[in-house]
Design a protein around this ligand. Sequence first.
Ligand code: SF4
Ligand code: SF4
Length: 472
Amino acid sequence: MKSNPEESFRDSISTVDADGKRAWVYPKKPSGKYFTRRKIVSYLLLTALFAAPFIKVNGNQFLLFNVIDRKFNVFGFPFWPQDFYLVVISMIIGVVFVSLFTVAFGRIFCGWICPQTIFMEMVFRRIEYWIDGDRGAQMRLDRQEWNAEKIRKRVLKWFVFFIISFLIANIFLSYIQGSDKVLRMAKEGPFEHIGTFIALLIFTGVFYFVFAWFREQVCIIACPYGRMQSVLLDDKSVVVAYDHVRGEGEKGRAKFRKNQNRAEEGYGDCIDCKQCVNVCPTGIDIRNGTQLECVNCTACIDECNHIMSSVNLPEGLIRFASETEITENKKFKFTSRMKGYTAVLGILTTLLIGMLFLRSDVEAKILRLPGQLFEHKGENISNVFTYSITNKTVKDFENVTFKLIKPDGEIILVGNDEVFVPKEEMVKGTMFIEINKYLLEGDKTKLEIEVYNGDELIDKTTTNFLGPRTFN
Ligand code: SF4
Ligand code: SF4
């Protein structure tokens, strides 16, 4: 089927040429008020990203995602595999939050908050401008022979890229294995921690590949979030948009001519300078309409504003606007879909905060040993149980004991009378519970047990005790 020629840009992606080869994007160096704001946001986020693994709250790393040892800290709160439901709820909240934002403001998360864009545009790309120069100089350098200048620039750029990738890999590893371990490796040398060092080199290689070569392809091809746009966006979503009504006029866009009255002649305000295309880091032409490659970075807004000022036309030909605003001159409206998302987000956040406060630092579980019934010991009935105590705090529990609160009876631990539970560890063991048969409620009695560390009550739990149906 033949596609509409006006929509033919949708048949291909900007970074692949007609032969299926990579079309390298050389974006022009951005500047302007949005870029200044983006720089501030990006450097604040980068500072937070680099600092978070080294901040401790009550001895816990501020953010830790140690999947190997299954230890997770979020804002200094330790999470264990038992708390996984909280992680799931947090992730659902994250997805709803990002969806709500996308419905209302398009892919703004990608251009302003996503670490991929921040590292690419605010770190690696800026180094590239510093070494290779702006768009024109980069294109010339790429085309030219391998002479001394090209070798010097390429070696310097690749070396700096490698060092930064290595630094990012260290930070990434600090989130996964903990900053203490990474700092220990730095102090004691890589050969004492060969496994961690190999992981570090692998991550360095991945980051180098992504930022030196793969680049915007992550946003265009690999990231699933970009694909969701077509489902989430509607004509009321505020996105980076070209005002086609103003830009095209009655006769369409036309090159700028001095002393020409464009409005009278029926031409739109777009002077077809293509600077918005040249500055785009994903290589698209925003004048074709909303496209999934657009990461809402706002570089084209700044660039078009510069052009509009230089030809004495009002700024805002490309701006944050919805399709409805452009075609019907309607202002931003909080739609019922957005209200629905906000309500769901509010409920989930309240639920998460409630669960965080109800969650205890200690978790004791006592379960009957599978396959075991009960034993008569004179007037008493005995059951055998297994217990587990999870200490989520950063201090050791020196002497943990159990106390049977209801009904009266005795708890006998196998091994020692007291249990030692190291910080951030789980200890398991076996115990017998003996209860006078006349105190039992029937064949199944609910027990209430308190768990102490010394004199301090650290948890309460319940379990079921089996006994005979009748006492003869
Ligand atoms: S920068 Fe503005 S004027 Fe130039 S082509 Fe893009 S939209 Fe048209
Ligand atoms: S079209 Fe504009 S906002 Fe979208 S990615 Fe390109 S420069 Fe950024």
